[in-house]
Write a protein that binds this ligand. Structure first.
Ligand SMILES: [Zn+2]
Length: 342
């Protein structure tokens, strides 16, 4: 099969389209013919060596939708040709957190395309337990577009820091996968959304998907703008994923009793926190790690009923994976970049 493979860490020039062995399913696995795979920062981290991956050569790609092509002997309830999405967070099913139904906290957790081969290929092998059937009316590109970023945003704003109608939320980076999803999810919950963008062209995009207030963080200080927009009150929830560059001001953007929820650290892992202000204002700092199979099913249902529209910047071939990753590295995209193997 055709796949985008790298044999060493490096820039986009290490990516090669090669012939790779077509996977066969183990007893409890299925093989999916990849029809769409979202590009995620994780692919860049695995390519550059920021995250640990399986021994090379490696195929990245975590956000897969496609058709079932082969089924392991011990798998029931799935059929060849069935349209499915692959839940990207892998789990053991046996540790104390899995037993409690908290699969994203699994002690042996992994993500599709990190410890195993990913979806920038014509076929991928995954555990049958990770398969979520596509509801009618959801196409492969849309399904891949909600694969990781949208379920992460959903998990953040429904499980970790639920929003209530009328609350104010600050969502960083409207053009990112998590940001564009979080804006829509926050609006579904009746919140007022303040968001940030890095260029004037993205302001209109951000408004189109529901943002009430848009701050160009390259021209304005987002903390001062949040204080101005909220009449110095601050926001109830901050959706963080930028990390080091924004952390201190994100915490300072919160009102009393506010909650910061984070799922990423794109610009670095260290963040300064004013501890006095944190306890005196009863602020909560919450981590959020990906999403569950049910989070994926929930978001796919919202796509099917048109309550959630994945924001797609463009689709690319396997040969264009490097180009798509470059767009993401330069933050030139608005929404998801989707690879469609021919
Ligand atoms: Zn487990």
């Amino acid at each position: 099969m055709k796949a985008v493979v790298f044999h060493e860490h490096g820039d986009i020039n290490v990516l090669r389209v090669e012939d790779a062995p077509q996977p066969a399913p183990g007893l409890t696995e299925v093989v999916v013919r990849v029809r769409a795979c979202g590009v995620n920062r994780l692919d860049i981290y695995s390519r550059t060596g920021r995250t640990k991956i399986a021994p090379m050569p490696h195929i990245a790609g975590s956000e897969v939708a496609g058709e079932i092509a082969a089924i392991g002997d011990a798998v029931s309830g799935l059929s060849i040709g069935q349209a499915v999405a692959v839940a990207p967070y892998l789990f053991c099913g046996q540790c104390e957190f899995c037993r409690a139904g908290e699969e994203v906290l699994c002690l042996k957790s992994d993500i599709v395309g990190l410890g195993s081969q990913g979806g920038f290929a014509e076929y991928i092998r995954v555990p049958a337990s990770s398969i979520v059937p596509l509801p009618q009316g959801v196409d492969f590109t849309s399904a891949a577009a909600v694969g990781l970023a949208a379920i992460t945003a959903w998990h953040m704003l429904t499980k970790r820091a639920p929003l209530h109608p009328g609350q104010d939320v600050l969502v960083h980076a409207a053009g990112s996968g998590v940001g564009s999803a979080a804006i829509q999810i926050a609006k579904l919950h009746g919140a007022r959304v303040i968001t940030t963008v890095g260029s004037p062209e993205k302001i209109e995009h951000a408004r189109k998907i529901g943002a009430d207030e848009v701050i160009n963080y390259r021209e304005q200080d987002f903390l001062q703008e949040v204080r101005r927009i909220t009449n110095k009150r601050g926001v109830d929830v901050v959706v963080e994923h930028v990390g080091e560059q924004t952390w201190e001001k994100s915490v300072a953007s919160l009102t009393r009793g506010g909650r910061l929820v984070t799922c990423g650290a794109t610009t670095g892992n260290e963040g300064k926190t004013n501890i006095w202000s944190m306890f005196a204002k009863e602020i909560s700092l919450l981590g959020s790690y990906g999403g569950t199979r049910q989070d994926l099913a929930d978001v796919l249902k919202l796509v099917a009923t048109r309550q959630f529209q994945p924001v797609i910047h463009g689709t690319y071939t396997l040969e264009q994976v490097g180009e798509a990753q470059r767009l993401m590295e330069n933050r030139e995209q608005f929404g998801k970049l989707i690879i469609v193997p021919a």
